[in-house]
Design a protein around this ligand. Structure first.
Ligand SMILES: [Zn+2]
Length: 202
């Protein structure tokens, strides 16, 4: 039986570990790179290396920052309202909300959602950090902008139970977002409507 040379197999294995890429696509990508000009692989390798080495997480909200900066742009801006925190699942959600221009508060990025099926509990995402942040610096309102999915809703319910006793108003993005439609993919108008029509959780 003929096997692939190890360097090719290594690339296929690495691609196959990415979400949404099966063994077939992984092979196709590996062979594409093998045939493409050297420059493409080198650019890709450099970009991947910098992805980790040149970025970090904001120590306040866990959004992505440039390496060496302890706070993201939003957290370091004196213009932003400190009394409202919008809780999102991923850094891409911050970008989507920023693009609307309709939110002037701060963020907190959870880096995931609660998912009992996948064994993801509160301590596996940035929930303890959020609660600590709120205890140390109480705000007026927390907007829960997790996705309208089963996990996103469960995460919002959990957070509501933990945050309401702190005397903070907790709201959830309005149902303008289609069920199953992610915050990061929503168009600007839909997001703006969802923000404006946010409702108190109870
Ligand atoms: Zn930040």
């Amino acid at each position: 039986m003929q096997t692939l040379p190890e360097p090719v197999q290594n690339v296929i294995d690495a691609f196959a570990r990415l979400p949404g890429i099966g063994p077939k696509t992984a092979s196709r990508l590996a062979f594409y790179l093998l045939r493409a000009p050297d420059e493409l692989s080198l650019t890709l390798a450099e970009a991947l290396q910098e992805l980790k080495s040149a970025t970090g997480l904001c120590e306040v909200c866990f959004n992505i920052t440039q390496a060496g900066k302890s706070r993201c742009e939003v957290c370091s801006s004196p213009e932003r309202d400190e009394n409202t925190i919008c809780v999102v699942e991923e850094p891409l959600d911050v970008i989507a909300l920023e693009r609307t221009g309709g939110f002037n508060g701060r963020y907190h990025v959870l880096h995931g959602v609660l998912s009992p099926i996948e064994g993801i509990g509160p301590n596996d995402i940035k929930i303890p950090q959020l609660l600590k942040r709120l205890q140390e610096h109480p705000v007026k309102e927390v907007i829960l902008a997790t996705n309208p999915s089963m996990e996103g809703d469960a995460t919002a319910l959990y957070l509501n139970q933990r945050i309401t006793p702190l005397g903070i108003r907790v709201t959830r993005l309005a149902r303008g977002l289609p069920v199953g439609g992610d915050v990061e993919y929503a168009d600007q108008n839909t997001l703006l409507r969802a923000l404006a029509g946010r409702q108190d959780m109870d």
